[in-house]
Write a protein that binds this ligand. Structure first.
Ligand code: NAP
Length: 458
């Protein structure tokens, strides 16, 4: 056992690291998921072998309850609901961590060093639990998605956090003062709720990445408290990857952490969402089909609307039909297109779009001046030139896909309504832009029909 256990843990840690590495590319992502699952299996087996007496009946009951909730959750939740599914998973994970910490505290009065790890674990666990539940509620629109703000909010939040932290420190100094524990736990739970109240629903994916990081740190602290090295490693990997993801998302939106956490972004979205009364040129599917088949270079820009309409399969048919005619079709991927990291990659992979046709923003941007058509499908903010031209815009400084540089821009969306940032888009009013009004899936389907009709006629 002295050799087997460290070996199992080492293999499990390797599985987690490989999982993170492989999941960073769509080509190896499935392998990454498998490596993570295998790592977790080894971790569970290793942990069970650690104890001489294990009451397996309880473990099996927990296993079946977890599987009964988790399996339908994985299969029934649509792709567009993945952010809230992730939030609820974090809530469960963080609750587990906090409850284990609570049990450890009450089982035996811990020494001060252990208590320090436990206090961190319990505080992060409980606040991540309620914050993740709030994030779930906002994303699922059970709770109002707009940021709720009031005067002095940050001070109130800070005071609640400080009170929880002071109680945590007092518990570390005198762990036998058990009466403080419920207050400590209660304030941590309350802080989780208050943390999310001023944040708009659409900022939740970034916040979830950050909460992921907190849950990881809580697990890591639990590893110290329980003397479980694998938990320390796994928690640290979770904590750092969640943090890095949140940083990447903030950078791609040109926002700071404090702006996401305290900026109440999206507050005025519904009240000031303005679209100006300027003329736009629109076209029907037949004209769009004609322009596309006459092109040599087409860059498709998918966005949130493609996800809502589930247009990815039709889009693949369109790309195939154009490819057969010798048109070079590529997909430009903006890092924050859609509502979660990798949203477009996952949907296009689901529709079997070859990975080499997906091109990242920095690589595709120099190609737009050579593109005959930029076909924007349900994307808005990620192609809005205001990010470059208007320093007062809420998205000023956000890197965009330079669709406006293409010879012709075609935009499929249902109306002139704005997107996530709630602002008008000058791209729609440009001379070389054609608006293709309609649901993305239906419209792309019509274009495909016209293309196959013209192929038959030829
Ligand atoms: P967007 O700016 O939100 O625009 C989406 C557009 O899709 C809307 O203008 C909407 O117009 C259209 N649409 C909705 N349903 C449609 C349908 N069924 N058929 C056709 N069009 C439809 O999306 P985006 O350009 O992808 O930009 C993403 C935004 O989300 C960015 O501002 C980003 O900062 C933010 N964000 C992203 C993440 C992330 O991780 N990816 C996280 C947080 C925030 P109509 O209503 O007129 O159809």
């Amino acid at each position: 056992m002295e050799i087997l256990l460290p070996l199992l843990y080492l293999l499990a840690a390797a599985g987690f690291i490989l999982a993170l590495k492989w999941m960073s590319s769509p080509a190896t992502a499935r392998r990454g998921v498998l490596a993570g699952e295998l790592g977790m299996l080894l971790a569970v087996v290793g942990t069970l072998l650690r104890f001489e007496v294990v009451e397996y009946q309880w473990i099996l009951i927990a296993f079946f309850i977890g599987a009964a909730i988790g399996t339908p959750l994985a299969y029934l939740m649509p792709m567009t609901a993945v952010p809230q599914r992730t939030a609820i998973s974090h809530a469960f994970g963080a609750l587990a961590s906090a409850l284990i910490g609570t049990a450890e505290f009450y089982r035996h009065t811990p020494e001060q060093i252990t208590m320090a790890a436990l206090a961190l674990e319990i505080m992060l666990g409980f606040l991540t639990f309620t914050a993740s539940l709030m994030a779930f509620g906002k994303l699922q629109e059970i709770l109002p998605t707009r940021p709720m703000t009031y005067r002095g909010q940050n001070i109130v939040n800070l005071l609640v956090f400080a009170a929880a932290a002071v109680l945590g420190i007092l518990l570390i100094v005198s762990p036998e003062q058990r009466w403080m524990f419920p207050f400590f736990a209660g304030l941590s739970l309350l802080f989780g709720v208050l943390l999310i109240v001023p944040i708009g629903g659409a900022d939740m994916p970034t916040v979830i990445a950050l909460l992921n990081s907190y849950a990881g740190l809580s697990a890591s602290a639990m590893g110290f408290a329980l003397d479980n090295k694998l938990l320390i490693v796994a928690g640290a990997l979770d904590g750092s990857s969640g943090f890095i993801l949140a940083v990447i998302m903030c950078k791609a939106m040109n926002r700071s952490f404090s702006n996401v956490l305290f900026g109440a972004f999206g507050q005025l979205q519904t009240s000031t969402a303005k679209t100006t009364e300027r003329p736009v040129r629109s076209a029907v599917a037949e004209e769009a089909a004609y322009l596309l088949e006459s092109a040599r270079n087409v860059i498709v820009i998918p966005g949130y609307g493609m996800a809502v309409a589930q247009a990815q399969h039709k889009l693949r048919e369109l790309a195939d039909a154009l490819g057969k005619r010798g048109v070079n079709v590529r997909f430009a991927i903006h890092p924050v297109a859609g509502r979660m990291p990798g949203h477009m990659n996952v949907l296009l992979a689901e529709a079997d779009v070859p990975y080499d046709k997906l091109v990242e923003m920095d690589e595709i941007n120099p190609e737009f001046p050579m593109a005959d058509v930029a076909l924007v499908i349900g994307a808005n903010d990620v192609v809005n030139p205001a990010a470059k031209n208007d320093p007062t815009s809420p998205i000023a400084g956000m890197p965009i896909l330079n669709a406006y540089q293409a010879r012709t821009v075609m935009v499929i969306k249902r109306s002139m309504n704005p997107g996530f940032a709630g602002i008008d888009n000058d791209l729609y009013y440009m001379e070389n832009t054609l608006m293709l009004f309609g649901d993305a899936k239906v419209f792309v389907g019509e274009i495909v029909k016209h293309l196959s009709a013209s192929a038959k006629a030829a």
